[in-house]
Structures are given as C-alpha cells and as structure tokens.
Design a protein around this ligand. Structure first.
Ligand code: 5GP
Ligand code: MG
Length: 193
C-alpha cells in the first residue's frame, strides 16, 4: 500500500462515532429547524439572529450550520475553555475572550460543540442575558449520555452520544484532531493512558 498523507492521523482513531455523512444530514435538519422556529408567523421581516459560536470547538460545526441558513444574520465570538491542554476532564468553564458587540434586544443563538457537564452553557447564557439579549437559544452538535448533560436546558441537539471522550469536527485533544471530518474516539495510548 502506498503511504497516505492522512495515515498518521487516521491510525490514532479507535472508533468512528458519527460519520461525516451523518453530520452533514443532521446539520441540514438543525438549520431548517432553527430557521422555522425563528420566523415569526406574522412578521415579514424577522429580526436578524445573532449567532455566537463558542470557540474553538464550535468553529467547524457553526461554519457548516450558518452556510445552511440563507438569511441575514450576525456573528459574534466567545472563547471558553474547560479542557485546557491534554486534560480529558473538565477543569471548569472559563471565559477567555469575548468579541461581542451590542446585544441589546438581539435574538442570540449560542452554538457549542458538545454538552458535557453543562458548565459552559451555565456560564455563558446568563452573561448574554446580562448584556441585554432579548432571547438566548442554545444549540449543541453533541450531548453526552450523563445526568449533568441531560439536566442542562438546551434548545437544539444534533446527536446524543455515549459518555466518552471524542474528537474531530472541531473537537480537539491537546489542540489536535479538530480537522477530522468525523467524530471519533482515540486509541488510549494516544491520550497517554
Ligand atoms: P461542559 O462545559 O458542558 O462540561 O463541556 C463543554 C465543553 O467541554 C465543550 O465545549 C468542549 O470544549 C469540552 N468537552 C466536553 N466533552 C468533550 C469531549 O468528549 N471531547 C472534547 N474534545 N472536548 C470536550
Ligand atoms: Mg468548548
């Protein structure tokens, strides 16, 4: 077999949890659902939504999602970190940077990669309300099968997945693997176990 350039990354994969095709189909459905919910039945011109991806993990999901939302919308950015470096356990969500303009009266859709302990949403949603957002909805691509995730209110969920550490499609391990187009688990030796 000739060497393939993607071999070094692919050989670290333990198991594919969600394929690229499954993600694409679901992102399509989510975009349609979000638009349908946002459009007021009577108004001809609904207020533009403000989309806020939580960086860095939600960057790829959000980029795909908004390109399936052919409406006038605004984008603002928040950076939150809870798994610094090579940790596989949340160290508590910390707001690292906010590139957020005036949110007075805006309808915000917060987009995150994965709902795990719920710490990120519990940190950020009240902050956006304090900044004057008229409404805050939340959308995550993945939700882990654990009580703290299920008990966290969220408006849109792409997939419910087992309670395992996953990477790909924006999610990293130690800053790597975000560019994998699928959601996977990693072999244990890769994660230093
Ligand atoms: P929460 O704040 O709900 O505990 O977790 C949300 C954040 O933790 C996610 O945005 C993500 O940055 C990180 N996180 C939680 N679970 C995982 C996981 O399985 N893999 C990776 N790469 N990050 C995760
Ligand atoms: Mg995150």
């Amino acid at each position: 077999m000739p060497a393939r350039y993607d071999e070094p990354m692919n050989r670290d994969i333990q198991r594919v949890v969600i394929t690229h095709r499954q993600i694409a189909r679901r992102v399509d459905e989510l975009a349609r659902q979000i638009l349908a919910d946002h459009r007021p039945a009577t108004a001809a011109q609904p207020a533009p939504i403000t989309i806020i991806p939580i960086l860095t993990g939600a960057m790829i999901f959000c980029a795909d999602l908004i390109r399936r939302m052919p409406v006038v919308l605004r984008i603002e950015l928040l950076t939150v970190s809870s798994y610094p470096g090579d940790s596989q356990k949340s160290q508590g969500a910390k707001l690292l940077a906010a590139h957020v303009g005036d949110l007075q009266g805006r309808h915000v859709l917060l987009v995150d990669d994965i709902l795990d302990s719920g710490g990120t949403l519990r940190l950020v949603v009240p902050k956006l309300r304090e900044l004057g957002a008229a409404s805050v909805k939340t959308c995550v691509l993945l939700r882990k099968d654990r009580a703290s995730a299920r008990q966290t209110p969220v408006d849109y969920v792409g997939f419910d997945i087992p309670d395992e550490f996953v990477v790909g499609y924006g999610l990293d391990y130690n800053h790597l693997y975000r560019n994998l187009p699928r959601i996977v688990t990693l072999k244990s030796h890769v994660m230093g176990a």
